[in-house]
Design a protein around this ligand. Structure first.
Ligand code: SF4
Ligand code: SF4
Length: 403
């Protein structure tokens, strides 16, 4: 997230707004103030705020405890110098930015948080959380990293049951099956609405850009007004024409690291240089919303554990399901190329990129570009040149196929 008092940095800021943009899309240009007002109101009504740092965090459990889950992932370069007083410079900017907010005490959601729930994902984040826990109440879920082992899911379920007890004790409540099922239902509703919006990009002439789609989400899930605006957007968007037309741009599947609010500049570069991101496979795109939780499951904790455990993150060993997901998304969204974005020093995505490159070039026969960058934007000109070269190849391939 970015500092709501100083920045509203994202692809479609109000000043850059296209006049054809429906009001439902413009609503999300003010996402941070909306989320902040909602969080403050909920706190006043006695609901605790729980910070989360990863898509493995089961928001439903927090909501069933009466809590408000808010994503704390940092997307601003401005907080990194403060973080570097404690963290190595050669560390993922997402981790540094998140920690920098804590050092500066400038993220109101973190300052309001009654608890932070984190996971043992990558080493850098894990160790940053260790430092964070010196000054903030933190609970860490241990994520088993061999998802294909027979006992891994059982261990993960046990971790979620422990979290349930911790939430119940800390917030003096009881998480009943009914409360959990209600939370699951509303999260499923939000996932479905966001999937429906994303699926508009499957059209030959999508009615919105990838940047606009990326903007359609919130730091806090399931705010009732946001759900209404998603529904309106689904009605408003069909028939809208992009300028230049979507058909004149190169269809891109984006994979790799998440792009938290404030760190969308790579998407912006892709779309300014002739691309149209029709599919975002990463954690700020489709990855966390592709699967729902079984609302009728006899054991809702087990159902939650299964959904979150299926998330194909590079921190997992033998992360084969990420490759299967990309293959399926390529079938549905028909990209002409694949761009993988790696935040500097993100070792798990960087190492796994060898498998994604092979998948793209050898199996899917799509041009592939890996971009390793940070939040500074200093390499924008060099990246633009590499993107242009990729798009030229993609266009040549298309011309060959059309003739
Ligand atoms: S990429 Fe992995 S570690 Fe990062 S938010 Fe997604 S699931 Fe969590
Ligand atoms: S982008 Fe990579 S290094 Fe950064 S927090 Fe996510 S998994 Fe860790």
């Amino acid at each position: 997230m970015s500092d709501p008092h100083t920045e509203v940095t994202c692809c479609s800021t109000p000043s850059q707004t296209d006049p054809s943009m429906p009001a439902s899309l413009q609503w999300f240009n003010q996402m941070v103030p909306h989320a902040l007002a909602y969080a403050q109101q909920q706190k006043e009504n006695g609901h605790p705020l729980v910070g989360i740092m990863c898509e493995y965090a089961p928001r439903e459990l927090i909501m069933a405890a009466g809590g408000v889950p808010a994503c704390l992932c940092g997307g601003s370069a401005s907080t990194i110098p403060a973080a570097e007083r404690f963290l190595p410079a050669n560390l993922c900017p997402l981790i540094k930015s998140t920690f920098g907010y804590s050092v500066q005490q400038s993220n109101p959601f973190l300052e309001m948080a009654d608890l932070v729930v984190a996971e043992t994902t990558c080493d850098g984040k894990k160790k940053m959380i260790e430092l964070l826990s010196e000054s903030r109440p933190v609970h860490v879920l241990e994520l088993p990293q061999k998802p294909n082992e027979s006992d891994a899911l059982a261990y993960w379920q046990q971790e979620l049951r422990k979290l349930q007890t911790i939430l119940e004790q800390r917030f003096n409540t009881q998480i009943t099956k009914d409360k959990l099922r209600r939370a699951i239902k509303v999260m499923n509703q939000e996932r479905k609405l966001r999937r429906d919006l994303a699926s508009l990009m499957q059209q030959d002439n999508p009615p919105l850009t990838g940047c606009e789609l990326l903007n359609l989400k919130s730091i806090i899930s399931c705010i009732p007004e946001d759900l209404e605006q998603y529904e309106k957007a689904i009605q408003d968007l069909p028939g809208r024409k992009l300028d230049p037309p979507a058909k004149q741009r190169v269809r891109v599947l984006l994979t790799g690291v998440p792009m938290p609010h404030g760190a969308e500049h790579v998407m912006e570069l892709i779309e300014k240089n002739g691309g149209l991101v029709v599919c975002q496979e990463n954690c700020t795109g489709l990855k966390p919303i592709l699967e729902d939780v079984d609302e009728r499951a006899e054991d809702p904790i087990r159902a939650l554990a299964e959904k979150y455990f299926h998330l194909p993150c590079s921190v997992m060993l033998h992360n084969n399901s990420r490759l299967d997901t990309i293959k399926e998304l390529v079938r549905l969204y028909r990209p002409q190329c694949i761009i993988e974005v790696i935040w500097q020093a993100c070792l798990t995505y960087d190492v796994e990129s060898a498998r994604i490159k092979r998948l793209a070039e050898d199996t899917l026969r799509l041009p592939y570009l890996k971009i390793e960058t940070d939040y500074s934007r200093a390499d924008a000109a060099r990246l633009a040149m590499r993107m242009e070269a990729l798009f030229e190849t993609a266009n040549e391939n298309k011309e060959r196929q059309d003739t």
